[in-house]
Design a protein around this ligand. Structure first.
Ligand SMILES: NC(=O)c1ccc[n+]([C@@H]2O[C@H](COP(=O)([O-])OP(=O)(O)OC[C@H]3O[C@@H](n4cnc5c(N)ncnc54)[C@H](OP(=O)(O)O)[C@@H]3O)[C@@H](O)[C@H]2O)c1
Length: 286
């Protein structure tokens, strides 16, 4: 296997996947709507939603890593990209005779999940599962690492002397983007990952405010004020209290209201990889 088509190649995870593929001697073919000089892949321009005839890249490739997707609350196209976009790339893979397909879903994906984001990921998973392709579905929790838009907003909150955060009781399980990229790579040659769905959560389960505390430059001076916010006012209140833009979108807030942590030790066993903790990026300077 030599050529791998990566959708979402310009994204936070996609870039990391392309870099690792290139380093391992694969040729990464990166699908993007607009060519970007920093793309660590052979670029192919295409829009999974708007190109009338999405016929895919004119290159021969052996596997697809489908990373293109949205974040909760980011756009109204979440269902379109996750469902229609996935259907198109699956059809394209079948038409080209590709069998190996890695799909990046999200932890908490479910038919009756509380957010549009999670429900659309579930629908996309069903398209992949029923496709007849040799699939592996990876469901990361919130990914951290350089370039995460969500963590950048949390970092901004942590770099002020104090932060106002919504009081969220459920725990989250941040997972390092490099670990997810490594799992993608290993899936390409690990036959026992075919037909499997893995929940990828980091080693720590913590509250949102503890994640922000982890990021604070001076843990002794930093203060967090948590406030209880009725769900229907959350987006408005977060906008106002976040001071420099919202710390969380309304959908992210809804997502965090429902705990979806999982300890799925199968990915440690099947891939032999120990996930990194948040401390590799955010160690408080004491
Ligand atoms: N980040 C997280 O914490 C997290 C957690 C759980 C699951 N996920 C999922 O993991 C995947 C990767 O996330 P990420 O954070 O790397 O995303 P990201 O940085 O927002 O990147 C999204 C990618 O999707 C591509 N894209 C968007 N609309 C497209 C369209 N119509 N046609 C083709 N490509 C399109 C963009 O490519 P261009 O703009 O170059 O066209 C971009 O490369 C997504 O499916 C996301 O839902 C992310």
């Amino acid at each position: 296997m030599r050529n791998v088509l990566v959708t979402g190649a310009t994204g936070f995870l996609g870039q990391e996947v392309c870099l690792r593929l290139m380093r391992m001697g694969y040729r990464a073919v990166g699908l993007t709507r607009q060519i970007n000089e920093d793309l660590a892949a052979v670029p192919v321009v295409g829009d999974l939603l708007r190109d009338e005839d999405f016929v895919g890249p004119p290159l021969v490739y052996d596997a697809v890593v489908h990373c293109a997707g949205h974040h909760p609350g980011e756009t109204d196209e979440v269902e379109a990209l996750h469902e229609e976009g996935t259907r198109r790339i699956v059809d394209e893979a079948r038409r080209s005779g590709i069998t190996r397909f890695i799909y990046i879903s999200a932890m908490g994906a479910g038919m009756h999940a509380p957010t549009r984001f999670q429900r659309s990921k579930w629908n996309a998973e069903q398209i992949v599962v029923k496709s007849g392709l040799e699939y592996t579905i990876l469901r990361p929790h919130l990914m951290f690492g350089p370039g995460s838009r969500t963590f950048r907003r949390l970092e901004e909150a942590a770099n002020r002397p104090w932060a106002v955060l919504p009081d969220t009781k459920p725990l989250i399980q941040p997972v390092y983007v490099g670990d997810v990229a490594e799992i993608v790579l290993r899936s390409l040659w690990l036959d026992r990952s075919i037909g499997q769905i893995y929940d990828l959560g980091g080693p720590q389960s913590m509250k949102l405010e503890d994640v922000v505390r982890h990021m604070a430059r001076d843990i002794h001076l930093f203060r967090i004020l948590t406030v209880r916010i009725p769900r229907r006012f959350a987006f408005y209140v977060l906008n106002k209290l976040g001071r420099v833009g919202p710390i969380l979108t309304g959908e992210e807030w809804a997502f965090l209201q429902h705990e979806v942590t999982r300890q799925d030790s199968r990915w440690l066993l099947d891939y032999g990889l120990l996930p990194h903790s948040l401390a590799i990026y955010y160690s408080p300077l004491i």
